[in-house]
Design a protein around this ligand. Structure first.
Ligand code: FEO
Length: 396
């Protein structure tokens, strides 16, 4: 569904209200998403990005309602991931000679996906595309979050087309930040940051610094997913600076998995110990088997410390905890503390496994953890409570 943004820019993307899983089944998108694409008309006409492959037919059909495809002079591909480039093969079949502006790595990725030798025009930071009265200034943004990623700044309207950066997975009728619920928008922006951008926080900091030094008169930021930052775009930029800079709230997140509630009882006793030692800290408990993994990643991202619990299973830990630790290992977390706990029958290998998983994910361990055999009795629950008190002191 195309809609007018102003007299020279149309939204040509797809608002996907149904989407609940993304990156295969890896990432949850509770509020849907959108694949943002834009048509800019000046003396020359340029299309910025397209949509995810399954929406190709609708994208082309809707685009044809507002322009003869042969009137598109240029295509800009800010990112080759198929959620933004998926419709290009069909579009390029219709207008095969149209120049495609992207980074050098963008050429590699687009060729890797589609095996076509389109009229690629690789660009670097600072290079421009003249549209007539306005121009696009390209800004490479490698590893935010792919090697090919770039942004483009439109002079005149002073809009930064930021690709995945500053995105959120939200389907919205309104598509503008000033018309949407602020809490929902920032919650989803943080989910997006924690799950997609966080491993590249250093790149985010240096790219924002580089962009600021370009002294461009930024008025709006249009990311490739979710609502458009039409009002006060600096606010999301400042949020990124905060999130990228060792972000942590006064929160301890306790994530556990349990077979017969023994490890759950330990989790609750630990939480009581933390609370009695520090009444200000926010404590959240989650059963990893009953909680969405993307949400857990966000909760851990925002926490100053994490406690991970699992009973022993065949010399290891239960699979949802194992999957979470594996995911956290890719996040390049820094400055967060952690501890392990769990019950076992005859081998406490679970604690060793949890500790090594936490260390591998970049946490600083506060101790060896706490464990109990079989179901915890009052004495074991007391040990867990004391462990909670000590943990609260260690992470204050
Ligand atoms: Fe939204 Fe990295 O693609």
């Amino acid at each position: 569904m195309a809609f007018k943004i102003n007299d020279s820019i149309a939204y040509t993307g797809k608002i996907d209200w149904e989407l609940r899983k993304f990156h295969g089944s890896q990432l949850s998108t509770h509020r849907g998403s959108s694949y943002n694409s834009f048509l800019i008309r000046d003396e020359k006409t340029v299309l910025i990005d397209s949509v995810w492959t399954p929406h190709t037919a609708e994208f082309i059909r809707e685009l044809k309602k507002i322009i003869d495809l042969n009137e598109i002079d240029y295509i800009v591909s800010t990112h080759a991931e198929p959620d933004h480039s998926g419709a290009l093969p069909h579009l390029m079949a219709a207008i095969p000679d149209t120049p495609v502006y992207c980074t050098k790595n963008g050429v590699k990725s687009l060729q890797g996906y589609y095996h076509k030798d389109w009229n690629f025009q690789p660009v670097k930071t600072g290079e421009t595309l003249n549209l007539g009265s306005k121009e696009l200034i390209f800004v490479e943004a490698p590893m935010l979050h792919w090697p090919d990623t770039m942004m483009a700044f439109l002079t005149g309207d002073n809009i930064l087309f930021s690709s995945d950066v500053f995105g959120q997975h939200i389907a919205s009728e309104y598509m503008y930040n000033d018309l949407e619920n602020e809490f929902e928008v920032y919650s989803e922006a943080m989910n997006y940051y924690a799950n997609i951008v966080a491993p590249f926080s250093k790149k985010a900091l240096s790219k924002i610094d580089e962009f600021d030094k370009m002294n461009l008169p930024l008025e709006m930021i249009f990311p490739a997913h979710g609502i458009l930052w039409r009002n006060n775009p600096r606010e999301i930029v400042d949020k990124y600076l905060e999130w990228a800079n060792g972000y942590k709230e006064n929160q301890v997140t306790i994530v556990y998995e349990t077979m017969y509630n023994s490890t759950r009882k330990l989790a609750e006793a630990i939480a009581a110990g933390i609370k009695d030692s520090d009444s200000d800290v926010k404590i959240k408990l989650f059963n990893a088997a009953k909680t969405d993994t993307s949400d857990l990643v966000t909760e851990v991202f925002r926490s100053k410390a994490m406690l991970a619990g699992s009973p022993n299973l065949n010399g290891g830990i239960l699979n949802n905890m194992a999957a979470l630790l594996e995911e956290l290992a890719g996040m390049s977390l820094t400055g967060k503390k952690a501890g392990a706990f769990g019950s076992y029958g005859w081998s406490p290998a679970n604690i060793k496994h949890l500790n090594s998983g936490l260390e591998n994910a970049g946490f600083e361990l506060t101790g060896k953890g706490v464990k109990t055999t079989w179901a915890p009795d009052e004495k074991a629950l007391g040990l867990a409570y004391d462990f909670g008190k000590e943990f609260a002191e260690a992470v204050k």
